[in-house]
Design a protein around this ligand. Structure first.
Ligand SMILES: [Zn+2]
Length: 190
């Protein structure tokens, strides 16, 4: 559904008051409106479909070797605190005749990242979507991210990096394939 910008604006103004702020002071006058528009953008993934993302950029290619795309920038919001988590996503897949245009994988990551998320679920959604879209032999996805809800509140180590991975198809069944993926994305097992 389309976000109700007017309602979010009103609620943000109320939030400022509840926090003891003055929503009429100069720096805050336009804040509720900015917040509403920012939140609409940061959750736009709910209103994006797989066909919007792919937009015919799936190509026929008769390769059976692993395709790796590393270091896709990722920005999302944790659903527990609605605070950002951000980092990098690495994707590997083995095609069965169809491959993605490279930029499409980044858009696929954005589609799922621009929602209220759990890092674990985000990782799984990306791997399953790739598997379905091109009928891959296998897919591996790894996300390394820092969570501001942990860092800013000092709950955990300030620099702790959360690493999640999701493997499907041959990446799950074959240890050699899984290890090749991890080696290619250069994961430091620390
Ligand atoms: Zn959180």
């Amino acid at each position: 559904m389309t976000p109700d910008i007017d309602r979010i604006t009103t609620l943000t103004r109320e939030l400022l008051v509840a926090l003891g702020e003055d929503p009429e002071r100069e720096g805050l006058v336009k804040t509720p409106d900015r917040v509403a528009k920012a939140m609409a953008f940061l959750t736009s993934g709910y209103r994006t479909s797989m066909s919007d993302v792919i937009n015919q950029a799936i190509f026929t290619q008769t390769t059976n070797s692993m395709v790796i795309v590393k270091d896709i920038e990722l920005y999302s919001l944790c659903e527990h605190h609605m605070l950002p988590f951000f980092g990098r996503c690495h994707i590997g897949y083995i095609p069965t005749g169809k491959v993605f245009g490279v930029s499409k994988l980044a858009r696929l990551v954005d589609m799922y990242a621009r929602r209220l998320q759990l890092q674990e679920r985000l990782t799984e959604q990306i791997s399953e979507a790739i598997m379905d879209a091109i009928d891959a032999r296998g897919v591996g996805v790894m996300i390394e991210a820092k969570h501001l809800c942990m860092m800013m509140r000092g709950v955990e180590k300030q620099n702790s990096l959360m690493v999640t991975s999701s493997v499907v198809g041959t990446f799950r069944e074959s240890q050699a394939t899984r290890e090749e993926f991890l080696a290619l994305v250069g994961h430091r097992a620390t």
